[in-house]
Design a protein around this ligand. Structure first.
Ligand code: ADP
Ligand code: ADP
Length: 230
């Protein structure tokens, strides 16, 4: 079943740069969908249009059959988790407080949030009894990215956007996180749109891969199809 639909989407920035064009695509519910391509090909722009961090210039994006322009923007953002290359955790807040932000905005009960934080830290491989009261400055890069994933999952959003979430890490942490994520994605069963320029990562994690070049889609298919017709 389709969850996110791009209908002939075009994005032209104020300075006249057209970052994305002729972009039509269906992303299915529960799919791990990878956007790949060289730097500047329009991956991040495509991702940021989904949660309206950038506006679509022409065409439309639909979620659950409804244009994102008709979704309440706060609900849209709460229902779409977002993980960046370099997680911006609030430095004065503990890990637990950082993860609790969206559940609190949504008015969850304190006890439910506490339970949820514990569950999430376990899910991303951090012992809650050690990490819940730590500050972001007391984490390694890989641990911070894990907290970022936990925070994005906090209020159980159906969609998660991830923009090069492992690329700032050293090769070893990166490999470890990639392997852990392979297991995590089976457990959480979310619709994930994942940006990377690393084909190995795309082939390992992706259910389907979209190769972009100069703002346009070049090829869409499963990892098997990409390996057959690279
Ligand atoms: P990628 O994520 O694949 O590296 P981007 O989506 O970041 O690509 O960028 C696509 C193109 O749009 C690039 O030419 C980039 O310089 C340009 N671009 C990105 N953001 C902006 C912006 N806010 N204003 C103008 N041009 C932008
Ligand atoms: P919106 O998508 O909300 O209509 P824009 O996407 O055009 O707004 O971008 C917001 C502002 O961010 C732009 O006006 C631009 O000046 C600035 N900006 C952010 N990143 C870049 C970049 N890489 N290059 C140029 N400008 C940028």
């Amino acid at each position: 079943r389709r969850l996110i639909t791009f209908r002939d989407v075009k994005k032209t920035y104020e300075d006249g740069t057209t970052a994305v064009q002729n972009f039509s695509l269906n992303i299915h519910k529960g799919e791990f969908f990878v956007l790949i391509g060289p730097s500047g090909c329009g991956k991040t722009t495509t991702l940021k249009m989904i949660n309206r961090l950038h506006n679509v210039t022409n065409g439309d994006i639909l979620i659950d059959g409804k244009s994102i322009k008709e979704h309440n923007i706060h609900e849209l953002r709460w229902n779409i988790g977002y993980v960046l290359q370099q997680i911006a955790l609030f430095p004065h807040m503990t890990i637990e407080e950082n993860i609790s932000i969206v559940p609190e905005l949504k008015g969850w009960k304190k006890a439910d949030i506490k339970k949820r934080v514990e569950e999430l830290l376990g899910l991303v491989g951090l012992d809650p009894s050690i990490y819940r009261n730590r500050k972001p400055s007391e984490l390694s890069g890989g641990q911070a990215q894990r907290v970022g994933v936990a925070r994005a999952l906090a209020a159980d959003p159906p969609i998660i956007l991830m923009d090069e979430p492992f690329s700032a890490l050293d090769p070893l942490s990166r490999e470890q996180l990639q392997q852990d994520f392979l297991k995590l994605k089976e457990k959480i069963q979310k619709t994930i749109v994942f940006v990377t320029h690393n084909m190995n990562e795309a082939l390992t994690l992706g259910d389907r891969i979209c190769l972009m070049k100069d703002g346009e889609m070049v090829q869409v298919g499963t990892p098997e199809e990409f390996l057959k017709h690279p």
